[in-house]
Write a protein that binds this ligand. Structure first.
Ligand code: MLT
Length: 258
């Protein structure tokens, strides 16, 4: 599958994978700033944005292979920095497990390495069926809207919430259902991450209710030498909500890579 993507800037390659059920526009707060120092590769994951929709369950493995396929298409065979937010983080960890030599550092934003609980997986199936029955993203918009950003962003920057709703509304129902079912069957990648030996940035919005700071701090404590950052006044979409603070952390982390 060939993915839609943006390729911006020059310098060391940094691949950023968006969250569910969004697209590469999620990185609008990073592009202009970080592309002055790095070459940013921003794919739309399968079934999202401008990328093709695959039928059935779209596993994190399939998404990871599609991302590595894009790197192959671009001739980027040397190790690159890989970052992902939430579902993008699940895909990044899958890519690390399946293609370990392709990456030289990791950035895990508002995400986790553990699999779904049985209850979470069952809830995803209920949501996937609701979306399929509706034939439209509305059930997932209703589920995600209150949780995606912090109260601060909801109050001070409602345009960001509206923008995210518009992106979700454009995501094809088969893309949403396939990703929900794929996330529900993802494996535990904690051991792969802990054993990777790669420099790792673990970043979370202080008000993230989907992947809370305490959980991400626990992950950081388990990953030797990782760097942990909390972004104030941000929720689950920290890079979109507080781009300047996130970009500072990202630049500082990338600046220390050899
Ligand atoms: C995301 O932002 O990608 C989702 O919250 C991931 C998930 O539902 O686990």
């Amino acid at each position: 599958m060939s993915l839609a993507y943006d390729d911006r800037g020059q310098g060391p390659v940094v691949v950023l994978l968006h969250g569910f059920p969004l697209d590469r526009t999620m990185w609008s707060g990073q592009v202009d700033d970080l592309s002055t120092s790095f070459r940013l590769i921003l794919p739309d994951l399968p079934g999202h944005g401008g990328s093709p929709v695959a039928p059935g369950v779209v596993t994190m493995e399939a998404m990871a292979d599609a991302v590595v396929g894009l790197l192959d298409e671009l001739g980027l065979t040397g190790p690159v920095v890989l970052g992902g937010l939430s579902m993008g983080g699940y895909v990044a960890l899958e890519a690390l497990a399946r293609h370990p030599g392709r990456f030289r550092a990791l950035m895990l934003l508002d995400t986790r390495a553990t699999p779904d609980t049985p209850e979470a997986a069952a809830n995803r199936e209920v949501l996937a069926r609701k979306v399929e029955e509706a034939g439209y993203a509305q059930p997932v918009i209703d589920a995600m809207r209150p949780k995606l950003v912090s109260k601060t962003t909801q109050d001070r920057a409602p345009a960001i919430v509206e923008e995210l709703v518009q992106v979700m509304a454009r995501t094809p129902t088969a893309g949403i259902a396939g990703a929900l079912r794929g996330m529900a069957v993802r494996p535990d990648r904690t051991a792969d991450l802990v054993g990777s030996g790669l420099p790792t940035l673990i970043l979370v919005g202080a008000d993230d209710v989907i992947t809370p700071p305490a959980e991400m701090q626990g992950l950081a404590a388990a990953v030797p030498g990782s760097r942990f950052a909390t972004i104030p006044e941000a929720g689950h979409l920290a890079p979109r909500e507080q781009p300047a603070a996130c970009n500072r952390e990202i630049r500082s982390f990338l600046g220390e890579l050899s």
